[in-house]
Design a binder for this molecule. Structure first.
Ligand code: AMP
Length: 219
């Protein structure tokens, strides 16, 4: 365990972009401000105005893994990412109500999805969210072949790679620009604060005030 002048150091894992930008004001309210901006700095470990709190910058899908193994005590991750990870070893105390969007099934504008489902068609579905998609379609009894992608899912139906996609939608602009439509909502998504369960037991005195500050900043 790392210490600063007798205090355990708390490590918080964040991803660049939407999550970082929307978490920073909540951190400010908790008295924690990064000393570098991850948008311009190449540092992966950022010191903050609190010498006992540091931030690490990781890929969004890696945040739960860092927290699960205790390399970070806390993290902020989308519910989409957490469901895909499975959430083992993680305590999810607070819905931060940021980075809100919806996880949906989308198809080309001219495709009759409901009819295809009624007819029992086997659909090819491209997604980054293989686990969540598999559970969703299995629960509905829809036959699918899943194709794992890492980005730009919207391209898959336009190039014949897939009939449908499972992806996040916020304004709907990306779907519209690519002549796709959402046909089913799988889940609403927002970012959650996650905590390593062992860290919470061992460093409770240090972590609890931060959790309280986050809770106050959100409500
Ligand atoms: P929009 O055009 O506003 O519907 O945004 C859709 C695009 O932004 C898709 O490529 C999504 O994967 C991505 N997106 C939307 N909301 C989020 C979010 N909360 N977290 C991560 N990616 C998102």
């Amino acid at each position: 365990m790392l210490f600063f002048r007798g205090l355990p150091v708390i490590t918080l894992a964040l991803s660049k972009g939407r999550i970082y930008d929307q978490t920073a004001p909540l951190l400010d309210a908790a008295g924690v401000t990064a000393r570098d901006d991850p948008a311009t700095s190449r540092k992966l470990i950022l010191a903050t105005t609190r010498p006992d709190v540091r931030l690490i910058i990781v890929r969004a899908a890696d945040v739960p893994t860092y927290v699960q193994y205790g390399a970070a005590d806390l993290g902020v991750a989308g519910k989409d990412t957490l469901d895909e990870h499975g959430g083992q070893g993680l305590y999810q105390p607070i819905d931060l109500q940021i980075a809100r969007c919806r996880l949906v099934v989308a198809v080309p504008e001219g495709f009759d999805y409901q009819r295809a489902v009624r007819q029992g068609a086997r659909l090819r579905v491209a997604t980054k969210y293989a686990r969540t998609a598999r559970e969703h379609f299995a629960a509905k009894g829809v036959h699918v072949d899943l194709i794992k992608l890492y980005g730009s899912m919207e391209l898959a139906p336009l190039t014949g790679l897939a009939d449908a996609i499972v992806d996040l939608v916020d304004t709907g602009n990306t779907l519209r620009a690519n002549r796709l439509k959402a046909v089913e909502e799988i889940a609403p998504v927002s970012a959650r604060l996650i905590v390593n369960q062992a860290a919470l037991r061992v460093k409770r005195a240090a972590i609890q005030p931060l959790l309280d500050a986050f809770a106050r900043a959100v409500s």
